[in-house]
Every structure is written in structure tokens, then in C-alpha cells.
Design a protein around this ligand. Structure first.
Ligand code: ADP
Length: 588
């Protein structure tokens, strides 16, 4: 499958034709002098299309710099997606308009071919709240979208994947620091496959020293500059005349600065020292953030090519378990055919890997994954979500003990599942450590008494409840129930319910699942998106389509009532069992 990858900048269009199966791109070129005084984006794109006419293009993958808080993954481009990218323009006024011009021109020219947006921000979209929040008044921050987004996500994701492959370890057990050191530079802490910290913030100006960008500054400096020079000058100074170029006074090409430093130029030496120091500082900080470190990845033009810079950054880190091998470092060379070079000394517990980045390839892979590559996405609509508070199901004997002989449940209100209801009656739960009053009884009566609590209730009660599907009570935990007529000591019956989805046979067919399957479900609609793994599918024709999660799970997603999840289907890959994953409610 040939993917046309388009990186449409304000003054140039870079494109490649990539077959993910092939090691080399089939075509790659940059068209300069686009926008401004030059040709417009549509004309430039017409040139691109003429140049790639000989290839049969299955899909177009567009690089988009800023996806704001909206886009967590690459996605198929629709009118609504274009609008949503446009809405992110305030956050990337230089980049997003150019990206959009390319998208619009390509959609007009190739209306039949699926087009995918791949975002620089997507990898960081689920940065933990503590990492994405600036210490500003929250209302103001919310109003103006002042938060950290992070960039270079395509590069960090790509090199992290290659590093995990090289190390032969699953991504979900690795703690990586990825350093993209190019003209733009950023660090990213990737813990178990997730970006948990990254050095660029609301804009790509924060963090490391870059070619012409200053990186971290006391905001007081910005204020002083604005007072002295005005806003526009300050903007230009910080974005275009600072960083390595500002410090060295010799432009932003690291090779020139290294040559000048070698011949004794003090400004060039200072530029390199400040650059390297900043990178080192971030490595230490990110090791602390993740509580440990398995590998450091260096990539980007400088990270891949400058052995002296790598040495400067990585010396004296043996206290972290990281030791560089001088010879390997000097000899390291990464190419498309061998993109990873291990420059660690043998006893080094933390590996240091030089990895060749390839953002275009990452975009091609992401695009192929979305439009095909054997993955069929079955959209059968969102699934309503019900949040179950702790509750109790009683059998006849328990009802007699707790509420009196022959007592009946009185219906308070019906539940979504046909025939089920919340009863007026409540009981208290008593554990070795504490007591929870007012726990609702659900009706009708069942064959066995079952108490379902959330994890946090365990602390209150002082019990450990196993995670079980409803009705699987053998070996579950003991608990005491107290009702108005008596007390019941259960030997077993206390569980933490496994999250599950009720559906009919017809629903199951529509989603392509079967009773007992485990799926991934992505929840959206709360303040925080969340993907739940091991969600059990329960099929019965008397059920109504509904996902049940407990209050802890709902709290984790900060969801309120009425939210919904989506389920989509990808067929087995490489002999693995059928894998269901929930797609976020995409912007259609
Ligand atoms: P971008 O972030 O624009 O993609 P690159 O990743 O291409 O930038 O990195 C460009 C930087 O890499 C430049 O500063 C360049 O001088 C530096 N660089 C490229 N080759 C070498 C080299 N052999 N030694 C030192 N620096 C290099």
C-alpha cells in the first residue's frame, strides 16, 4: 500500500511516497518557495501530485502540528476534523494554517482517497494532569487554553518503538527518556508506552535550548523583554534569534558551532555547554518523574550525529546506572537499514541508544493503520455507560434475615436492564475495619446473595474483594450485612464487579463480539479520556446494551452520567486472539 505523506509548512511542502512494507521511500522531495511571495499551496500540491502520478496512492497522511486537547490519535479527515484542526490554529498560528492548506488542496485534488491527520501533539494528549498543568489560576488557564501540550510526538513515538524492539522488551514495561535534538529539540519521558512528561509546553518554545528558540526562561525575562522591546520583537527574539544561534552568534547549524568551539570560540563553547547542560538536567528530572530509567534515546540531527555532544550530555551518569562506551559512541552511525546503535558500556544497566528518527515513516505507518493494513473498523455506535454504585443482591433467606420473614422488596425505580430495579430497602455493610451505611438493595431477589463494592470501599471496610463477574462467588470474600430485622454474616459473596457490557445477540453481531470476549473500551465524555482493558462482553437477548463500571472507574475517567463509550473491531493480527478496541468518539 503506497502512502503519500505530506508535511506542508509555511514556506515549503515536503512529501514522500512510502510503502510501509518497503525499507526505502519510493519518492521523496521538497518543494520550496510556497506561500507568501511564492506559489500558493494548491499550485505546489498540483506539482506534488503530478510527480507522484506514477504511483497508485492508497491514502494520504498529513502531518498536523497541533491537535490541541481534541486529538489523541491520528484520525481520518472529514469536514468536522478540518474544522477542529482550524480551531487549534490559535495554538499554532504558524503551523496549523499551512498544514490545513495542504489538507484542503489534497482533499480537493484527491476526493476519492482517504486522508489521515497525524498530530505532533497526539502522543502527549494524555499527559498526566500534574504534568500538563501550569501553576496559574485554573479558570484563566481553562479560558485561554493555557496548558502544556508537547510536540515532536511522531518522532518520540517512532524512536521509542524502535528502541523497544531493539531491547526485545515490551513497551509496557519500559521507562524511556527520548531526546529529539535537532533544530527543534525536546525531551520526553515515556513510561510504559505513555508520554508522562515532555519538555515542550503550550508552544514549542519551552524546554531545551534549540537552534533559534530559547527554551526554558524565567517568565520575568519575557516581561522584561516586552517592556524593553514590545511584544512582536520579543516574539521574534525568543523564537528566531535565541537558542544556539543567539548564544553563539554563529547561526543555528550545530556543525558550525562545534567547529567554532573547537577552534577556541568562547561564545560557541558557551552555546554547547548551555545546550548540553539543559539536556542533562532533563534526563535527571525525567528519571525522577518515572522513578527509574531503562534507556535513553538520542535522535534528531544533533542526537544522531554529534558524538561529542552525546558524551558531554551523558558523562558522569553512572549514579543512574548509565555508562557510555566511548568507542561505540564515537563510531555510532545510524542509517535507514540499521537505525539503532547501542552506545552503552557493557555493564551499563541503563542502555543508551542512538536511533534514527523518521517522522514521515511514522506518519505513513499511522495512516496505513487507520485506512487499512487489514484493520477493519466496525462502528456500531456508542455504548451507553451506567455507573454502578455499591449495591447488594439478596436471596430469599438473606431477605428474611435482614428484613423479616416473607418481607418483599419494594421497587424504588427501574434500572435499564429489563426487570431489574433499585429497591427502597437498604442495608449496612460491616467489615473488620469499618462500616458503610445505606447500601442499596437491587431487585428482584436472586439465587445467591452478592455484594458489589468498589476498590475504595475496601479501605473503608478493611476487606479485600476479588474481581469477579457477577454470579462467580466461589472463593469470594466474607462480609457482614446489617438490616432492620437482623444481621447476616456471609462466608462469601463480596466482590468487586468486573467491568462488563450487556448486549443482545444482535448487538454482539453488530460489534463483532461473542459472549465472554474481553474487549478494550475507550470512554469519552468525562473530563479525562480513559481506555479500559479487559471489559467482559455478556450476551443475552433479554439484556439492553449498556456498559457497567463502578464509581472508582467512573471517577478515574472523571465522568458524569450520560457519557458513552464506543466499540470498534479489529480482526486478529498474526494469530493473536480477536482484539477489540474502543475508538474514541472521533470527530466525524
Ligand atoms: P529538524 O529539527 O529541523 O528536523 P534536524 O533533526 O535535521 O532538524 O537537525 C538539524 C541539526 O542537526 C542542525 O543543527 C545540524 O547542524 C545538526 N547536525 C546534522 N548533522 C550533524 C553532524 N554530523 N554533527 C553535528 N550536528 C549535526
Amino acid at each position: 500500500m503506497n502512502i503519500l505523506v505530506i508535511n506542508c509548512g509555511s514556506s515549503s511542502i515536503k512529501y514522500q511516497v512510502i510503502d510501509p512494507e518497503a525499507s526505502e521511500p519510493l519518492a521523496a522531495e521538497t518543494i520550496e518557495r510556497v506561500g507568501g511571495q511564492g506559489k500558493d499551496h494548491a499550485a505546489a500540491l498540483a506539482e506534488v501530485l503530478a510527480a507522484v502520478e506514477r504511483f497508485s496512492i492508497a491514502a494520504v497522511g498529513h502531518r498536523v502540528v497541533h491537535g490541541g486537547a481534541r486529538f489523541h490519535d491520528a484520525c481520518l479527515i472529514s469536514d468536522a476534523v478540518v474544522e477542529a484542526i482550524e480551531a487549534c490554529t490559535v495554538l499554532a498560528p504558524l503551523h496549523n494554517p499551512a498544514n490545513l492548506a495542504g489538507i484542503r488542496a489534497a482533499r480537493r485534488a484527491l476526493p476519492q482517497i482517504p486522508q489521515v491527520a497525524v498530530f505532533d501533539t497526539a502522543l502527549h494528549a494524555r499527559l498526566p494532569r500534574r504534568a500538563r498543568t501550569y501553576a496559574l489560576a485554573q479558570e484563566l488557564a481553562e479560558e485561554l487554553g493555557l496548558r502544556r501540550y508537547g510536540f515532536h510526538g511522531t518522532s518520540h513515538a517512532y524512536v521509542a518503538d524502535l528502541a523497544a524492539d531493539y531491547l526485545g522488551r515490551p513497551m509496557n514495561e519500559l521507562r524511556l527518556v527520548s531526546l529529539h535534538l535537532g533544530n527543534g529539540a525536546s525531551a520526553c519521558a515515556i513510561e510504559h508506552g505513555h508520554s508522562v512528561e515532555t519538555s515542550m509546553g503550550m508552544t514549542p518554545l519551552e524546554g531545551l535550548v534549540m537552534g533559534t528558540r530559547c527554551g526554558d526562561l524565567d517568565p520575568g525575562v519575557v516581561l522584561a523583554l516586552i517592556r524593553a522591546r514590545g511584544v512582536d520583537d520579543t516574539d521574534r527574539l525568543l523564537n528566531r534569534e535565541s537558542g544556539l544561534a543567539g548564544l553563539s552568534g554563529r547561526g543555528n547549524d550545530f556543525r558550525d558551532i562545534e567547529a567554532a568551539a573547537a577552534s577556541g570560540d568562547d561564545s560557541a563553547r558557551l552555546a554547547i555547554a548551555v545546550f548540553a547542560h539543559r539536556v542533562r538536567k532533563y534526563i535527571g528530572a525525567y528519571a525522577a518523574v518515572m522513578g527509574g530509567l531503562d534507556a535513553v534515546i538520542l535522535t534528531g540531527g544533533i542526537g544522531q550525529n554529534s558524538a561529542t555532544l552525546r558524551r558531554r550530555v551523558l558523562q558522569r551518569l553512572s549514579f543512574l546506572g548509565l555508562t557510555l562506551d566511548e568507542d561505540r559512541n564515537t563510531d555510532a552511525c545510524v542509517e535507514r537499514s540499521h537505525p539503532v546503535a547501542d552506545v552503552s558500556a557493557e555493564p551499563s544497566r541503563v542502555r543508551t541508544l542512538v536511533v534514527r528518527t523518521d517522522e514521515e515513516r511514522h506518519i505513513a505507518l499511522a495512516t496505513a493503520a487507520i485506512v487499512g493494513g487489514g484493520t477493519e473498523v466496525r462502528q456500531a455506535g456508542p455504548i451507553p455507560i451506567a455507573i454502578s454504585a455499591r449495591h447488594v443482591h439478596l436471596d430469599r433467606a438473606a431477605m428474611d434475615t435482614l428484613f423479616g420473614s416473607e418481607s418483599q422488596l419494594r421497587e424504588l425505580k427501574p434500572l435499564a436492564q429489563p426487570g431489574q430495579f433499585a429497591a427502597e430497602q437498604k442495608v449496612a455493610l460491616v467489615g473488620p475495619r469499618g462500616r458503610i451505611e445505606g447500601v442499596r438493595v437491587l431487585g428482584p431477589l436472586r439465587r445467591a446473595t452478592q455484594v458489589e463494592i468498589a476498590r475504595t470501599d475496601e479501605f473503608t471496610l478493611g476487606v479485600d474483594a476479588p474481581i469477579r463477574r457477577s454470579g462467580e462467588l466461589s472463593g469470594s470474600a466474607p462480609i457482614t450485612l446489617v438490616g432492620p430485622a437482623g444481621t447476616l454474616n456471609l462466608e462469601e459473596g463480596l466482590i468487586c464487579a468486573r467491568r462488563h457490557i450487556h448486549m443482545t445477540t444482535a448487538d454482539a453481531e453488530a460489534y463483532g463480539v461473542r459472549d465472554g470476549d474481553e474487549v478494550e473500551i475507550r470512554l469519552e465524555g468525562g473530563a479525562r479520556d480513559l481506555t479500559f482493558g479487559d471489559v467482559l462482553i455478556r450476551v443475552k437477548d433479554s439484556y439492553k446494551l449498556e456498559m457497567h463500571i463502578d464509581t472508582d472507574e467512573a471517577n478515574a475517567a472523571e465522568m458524569s452520567r450520560g457519557a458513552s463509550g464506543d466499540l470498534s473491531y479489529s480482526p486478529p493480527v498474526g494469530g493473536a486472539t480477536a482484539q477489540l478496541q474502543l475508538k474514541r468518539n472521533q470527530v466525524h
